[in-house]
Design a protein around this ligand. Structure first.
Ligand SMILES: [Zn+2]
Length: 246
């Protein structure tokens, strides 16, 4: 599901690039027999109509587009799914374009890496990473994990630590009948990030991010299909809900 668009300096996504770049804000629904899992929740519903009020200083760097109905609850409603039905919300990391819809998912257990959550509840961590606790301090149960975490214990939906972009970033491996899909989120913005090992200009930990990219490469080389975090060209090749990635 595309939950809005963000435009920012291209170098912010890919060091050395020039100009500005408009990228999609993805959210993914995984329908498992034991629950509906959402991977990231996109932008806050107010981000489109009141960007400064909702996003604050982030608007110095990014322009945000979010039309009515494009927020995650709207996207789910278009699929005849009540946001209250989502049982698990796997959060890649706490940035505004990945947690803005958290508050719309009242019954979801939020699954996040402990290092990420701790950075999001530490004044220096919040400042350094441009976090906004209004996005993620939304009252649900939170399951703090460290490293790999198998959500249902059957290998179908597994959190994979890919730290570096932020202190506790994680990606999600989904085992479909046709094979593994890895939703990289911001551990790998674009296909080019992986192919050229080209980092963005800004990140939490360069060495950790490179190590995560090598891990993602190894998964790809083992046959997994990777879905990159904000790649507009790649995104255009993927099916959009209600069509499913199978
Ligand atoms: Zn992002």
């Amino acid at each position: 599901m595309t939950c809005g668009w963000v435009t920012g300096a291209a170098a912010g996504f890919l060091a050395g690039a020039t100009g500005r770049l408009r990228v999609p804000v993805p959210s993914f629904l995984i329908d498992h027999p034991r629950g509906k899992v959402l991977f990231d929740s996109g932008l806050h519903p107010d981000a489109g109509r009141d960007p400064e009020g909702r996003l604050g200083k982030v608007t110095r760097y990014f322009t945000v587009e979010l039309a009515p109905g494009e927020d995650v609850a709207g996207r789910l409603a278009a699929l005849q799914i009540d946001a209250a039905e989502v049982s698990h919300l796997v959060t890649s990391h706490l940035h505004f374009d990945h947690t803005g819809g958290n508050g719309a998912l009242p019954n979801a257990t939020v699954i996040v890496q402990r290092a990420e959550w701790e950075a999001g509840h530490d004044a220096d961590g919040v400042r350094a990473n441009f976090y906004d606790p209004r996005n993620y301090d939304t009252g649900q149960d939170v399951l703090l994990v460290r490293g790999e975490h198998d959500v249902f214990g059957d290998g179908r939906v597994v959190c994979i630590p890919t730290h570096g972009h932020t202190p506790g970033h994680q990606s999600l491996r989904v085992r479909l009948d046709r094979g593994d899909v890895v939703l990289t989120a911001d551990a790998c913005y674009f296909r080019r990030t992986l192919e050229e090992l080209r980092l963005p200009a800004v990140m939490h930990d360069c060495d950790a991010m490179l190590a995560s990219l090598h891990r993602l490469r190894a998964l790809r080389d083992a046959g997994a299909r990777l879905v990159y975090g904000h790649d507009p060209e790649f995104w255009a090749t993927l099916p959009q809900a209600p069509a499913a990635f199978t």
